[in-house]
Design a protein around this ligand. Structure first.
Ligand code: SF4
Length: 439
């Protein structure tokens, strides 16, 4: 690993601003070694750590996680939002998961790792702090710790399932060609992001119909030039033909949006059946799309970070209100979401092990769906604040909420959820939804 190349998202900044949100929102799984280390730290009530129940919970055979306080925060989080392990023993004494967040590492070749970021962190969304490139040394050290003792020879994610021809795979070098083509399609900012997404989805439809056994190296370069140029010719400017999503498309989409809007914290899990019944009733309303949009357990930390007000959750918004235009095709919103998509693509944070082992085509479709999901959730936030136009903060808060789940929520990795994304693509609804909620 000492010679491993680390590929970093150059367009992103980040430093921790001590909001403590990650320590409230995430369940921290720890290794056996970390369990022994934390037990050896001899925590007592006098340190401010509650001893009312064990500080480490067993969650399966050889699997453990840190316990949570009654409000859902990690057992080690203090009243100032700081980590007690960090304060008493220094940063290296914390579990690896805590030290890595909001970074996410993924295999990018035999000796390569790529780094992405989780936009559930408000500082990532706002692009605050030092350039990621300036943190290369620290990130390399963390990367070394992550891969130590692990299998090194990862195959690239497959491209698509291939129908009768079987799963289509390429070499790492060719997989990177495909990633570069995706990144370049998303970066072409002479047109709105929605147009770039449409173009990318269009040429990926062609990729899905292609076999790659003989299309390699330079042939793949030529192939990618042809399909990407064709997608630009088909959609040369911002004059996008509007296609209203179908009733079925919108029903499937709302169910997906509801999954992205949820934050299942430890506190919610402890509510047991009452929480599940509440979720079921909300899911039914999302399915019908009738009446008011039910509130779902969102992220308290996102709410605090983006200045949400309590009235927001109690203001009734009808599903129908979210179908009007909200002035979404704006430069500031495009900048935020372009950065998001490019970081996810450059960091291979949308397919393979980072996204329920989906292939490149299906993984990108799932990622592209984040655009209408985020814009729909942003409309909901704006409407609850009695506005009919989006502000950048609406999109920032919606993105932080939804990306908490992208690639991580088990509900989104089930066969039925992944099948829903494929079905939406087959019905042409990903493009329709993307165009519709961009307005
Ligand atoms: S151990 Fe510390 S850094 Fe990790 S979640 Fe708990 S409070 Fe946060």
């Amino acid at each position: 690993m000492s010679n491993a190349r680390l590929e970093l998202p150059v367009l992103q900044n980040w430093s921790c601003h001590n909001c403590g949100g990650c320590c409230r929102e995430h369940l921290i799984e720890i290794t056996e070694d970390e369990k022994r280390r934390i037990e050896g730290q001899k925590w007592t009530q006098a340190d401010g750590v509650s001893m009312a129940r064990p500080i480490i919970q067993k969650i399966g055979r050889g699997r453990y996680r840190l316990a949570h306080q009654d409000d859902g925060a990690c057992v080690f989080l203090d009243d100032q939002g700081l980590c007690r392990i960090h304060a008493k023993f220094g940063e290296p004494a914390k579990p690896l998961a805590c030290r890595v967040y909001p970074y996410a590492y993924h295999p990018a070749g035999r000796e390569n790792l790529t780094v992405s970021l989780r936009f559930s962190c408000p500082s990532v969304v706002r692009n605050l702090g030092d350039g990621v490139e300036s943190q290369r040394q620290t990130l390399a050290t963390l990367g070394q710790e992550i891969v130590s003792g692990k299998k090194r020879e990862h195959e690239p994610p497959y491209i698509h399932r291939g129908g009768d021809h079987g799963e289509q795979t390429v070499s790492w070098a060719d997989f990177h060609q495909l990633l570069r083509a995706l990144d370049e399609s998303l970066a072409a900012d002479d047109v709105h992001l929605v147009v770039r997404l449409m173009r990318t989805l269009s040429w990926l439809d062609l990729v899905e119909q292609s076999q790659f056994q003989t299309v390699k190296g330079e042939k793949l370069t030529e192939y990618l030039t042809l399909v990407t140029e064709a997608s630009v010719k088909a959609q040369p400017d911002n004059d996008l033909p509007l296609q209203k999503p179908t009733r079925l498309g919108r029903t499937m989409f709302r169910l997906l949006a509801a999954q992205y809007a949820r934050h299942d914290t430890e506190a919610l899990v402890r509510q047991g059946w009452s929480a599940r019944v509440g979720l079921l009733s909300a899911a039914l309303k999302y399915a019908t799309g009738m009446g008011s949009v039910p509130g779902l357990q969102g992220s308290a930390s996102v709410a605090t970070a983006f200045g949400d007000v309590p009235e927001q959750t109690t203001t009734f918004v009808k599903f129908g209100q979210l179908e009007s235009a909200f002035d979404g095709r704006r430069a500031d919103i495009d900048e935020l979401l372009t950065r998001y998509f490019r970081v996810k693509v450059q960091g291979i944070h949308f397919c393979g092990p980072a996204h329920f082992d989906t292939g490149l085509v299906d993984g990108f479709r799932g990622l592209a769906l984040m655009y209408p999901v985020v814009m729909w959730l942003a409309r909901l936030r704006a409407a609850r604040l009695k506005r009919t136009q989006l502000e950048l903060t609406d999109v920032q808060a919606a993105l932080a909420t939804a990306d908490h789940n992208f690639g991580y929520s088990p509900a989104l990795g089930t066969m039925s959820s992944l099948q829903r994304v494929r079905q939406l693509a087959k019905m042409g609804q990903i493009k329709a939804l993307t165009g519709w909620y961009s307005l």
